[in-house]
Design a protein around this ligand. Sequence first.
Ligand code: F6R
Length: 266
Amino acid sequence: MEVILAESAERVAERAAELIRILLEKKPDAVLGLATGSTPVALYAKLVALHKAGRVSFRRVTTFNLDEYVGLPPAHPQSYRHFMEEHLFRHVDLAPERTHLPDGRMANPLEAGPDYEAKIRAAGGIDLQILGIGGNGHIGFNEPTSSLGSRTRLKTLTGRTLEDNRRFFAEGEFQPTLAVTMGIATILEARKIVLLATGRGKADAVRNAVEGPVTCVCPASALQWHPNATAVVDPEAAEKLQYVDYYRSVLDIQDGLVGKFGEYRV
Ligand code: F6R
């Protein structure tokens, strides 16, 4: 897996925004896979700024988010639809009908997965998928022990994830324990994957994902099977990586090649 060692969390966001800007320059009707959570907030702020500066347009873009809680209406402040509206959608020129999240309110939530997969297929698949990583190595809501061949489906959240996300819910407020999430196999079908990780709390998960064995115990380790996956990490999240010198040397060499071969390199 390619590892980009960014100088700070701010640079992680800048690098990821640049990857998206370059993609949209080449393919204005690209299909983006998006994530929620704290990590991509800075990325979305950069994209909004690039849009307001006239440097990127989302007019023809289609988006698919990784996941959505079961049982929260879209307008609920903790729903992922609401999160995306607040941080990105309403600030840019995305067509609302081309923004997609799994439907966590279907009468039968078991149907939400196949329905979402069909929509992704109909859009031609995902060109670039943004991922965060859970402290336990989850991607989307594919918790440890999720099948590496999983497709979009209903998933029960672990105690650790519920605990990590409790900060977003008020004392005593209903916190969903179920979500509909893209599966690991669904994520791996994206043409390019960019995993963002910032902060010391992610150091173990990043090490396990990038340098550990491929195992369902760390779902992000499945990205090692992807031919075009990049992890963009800040110094704290990179703290436990063993091969940092190697990653740095690769980046130095690539910097010399940018413009020659570097279609996604920044
Ligand atoms: C969000 C998602 C999750 C988060 C992960 C990290 O759509 O699918 O996998 O990316 O839980 O969350 P933060 O960024 O809040 O640490």
